[in-house]
Every structure is written in C-alpha cells, then in structure tokens.
Design a protein around this ligand. Structure first.
Ligand SMILES: Nc1nc2c(c(=O)[nH]1)N[C@H]1C(S)=C(S)[C@@H](COP(=O)(O)O)O[C@H]1N2
Ligand SMILES: [Mo]
Length: 202
C-alpha cells in the first residue's frame, strides 16, 4: 500500500512536470468505472452503428461490417471531471477520420451528437472529432473493452473531459447547431476542456 502510494505520487509529479496533468486533476494507476445507469448487454445480431443527419452518405453498419473498417492504434491520456486522470492508454479501433471520409459531412454540419445505449448522449463540435487521436475504440491495452468500460465500442476524445468519451456508442448525428447531451443538460459544460477546467456551465 505504502509503495503503491509512493509510485502514484511519483508518477503524478512526473506528469505534472511534463505538462500533462490538467489543473485540479490527480493521477490514478487504476481504471475507475464511471457511468450513469446499468451496463448494457451486447447482442451482435442486433447491434448497429448509425451515422446520420447532415452527411452526404449516411451509413448503418452491422457488427461484422463495423469490424471490417480500417483500424488504428493510439496512445492518450484520459481526464474525468470527477478529478482523476489516467495516462498512456493504448486504444485501438476505427479512426474517426476514416468515418468522416466515408460519410462526408455537409458544409453546414458543425456539431455531432453522439448516441449510446439507453439514450446516453454527448455533444462534440465536429472540428474536435476531426483529429488523429479520436477513434471509436474496441480495445484498450491490447484487450477487448470490458463490458463496464464500453464493450463492444466507445468513443475516445482525449482532449476533452471523459464524459464526452461515450461508452456503448451506437451512432453519430451530424447537426448544424450545438445540442446539449445528457450531462450537458444536467449542468456540465457544453465543451469541456480539462485545461481550462470547463467542468460546469454557469
Ligand atoms: N454511455 C455512457 N458513456 C459514458 C458515461 C455514461 O454514463 N454513459 N460516462 C462518462 C464518464 S463521466 C466518464 S468519466 C467515462 C468513464 O469511462 P470508464 O468507466 O471507462 O473509466 O465514461 C463516459 N462515458
Ligand atoms: Mo467522468
């Protein structure tokens, strides 16, 4: 226990020195599980991933179709608004830029409402999805996601607070205006930049 505490504090100091620990955050070596509601069951027969709204080519992929999309591996940090940060997560899955290439957002599209099981949603500006480190992850540190971390697939947007990294993701809705998601309707910030501590809206 004592050793674990020292190791954590040392890594935290190192991340702080490297400019990787956002203000008001502390480093965790574990991986907490955080979500509203219960863990949904995955049914590969019925699962689909829909991309719709303001796109030139709407898509609906079944699980086998989704599994054939191009893949990428990334490494990034993860910052929860409840003040823990987890560093150097290795994710693999479908790069968001591949999805954008396929569906071709219309010029009017500026925001995306991300949809998950059980009606969970989060809003993200399109420009914030159009980045190399953003992906729909199916694996973490070489293993398939566990059910409580979002199996079979979750969004990862490392530069925003982790409530935007939607677990059990099922679709992307492209919009010409910002529309609050689940936590955003409940007082969280519309954008959620951890470096500016955009935790709550006023
Ligand atoms: N579908 C869904 N995704 C979600 C949430 C949720 O309640 N439902 N919670 C978010 C929050 S607040 C955090 S911090 C991260 C936590 O991811 P983890 O449980 O894998 O650590 O998931 C995010 N994604
Ligand atoms: Mo969170």
């Amino acid at each position: 226990m004592l050793f674990e505490g020292n190791e954590r504090r040392e890594k935290e100091r190192a991340m702080k020195a490297a400019g990787r620990l956002p203000p008001g955050q502390s480093l965790t070596l574990k991986w907490p599980v955080l979500h509203y509601g219960s863990v949904p069951r995955f049914d590969p027969e019925r699962w689909d991933f829909r991309v719709y709204g303001m796109v030139a080519i709407p898509e609906r992929w079944s699980w086998p179709e989704f599994a054939k999309l191009p893949r990428v591996e990334t490494q990034s940090d993860f910052h929860c608004v409840t003040r823990w940060s987890r560093f150097d997560n290795r994710w693999s899955g479908v790069p968001m830029r591949e999805i954008l290439k396929i569906v071709q957002p219309l010029p009017e599209a500026r925001f995306v409402l991300v949809h998950a099981e059980q009606g969970y949603t989060a809003n993200v500006p399109l420009a914030d999805l159009d980045r190399d480190e953003v992906l729909i992850a199916t694996h973490h540190d070489g293993e398939p996601l566990s059910p409580d971390h979002g199996y079979p697939a979750r969004l990862i947007v490392p530069h925003l607070y982790a409530w935007k990294s939607v677990k059990w993701v099922r679709g992307l809705e492209f919009l010409d205006r910002d529309a609050a998601g689940f936590w955003e309707r409940n007082g969280y910030h519309m954008y959620g930049d951890p470096w500016k501590e955009e935790r709550h809206s006023l």
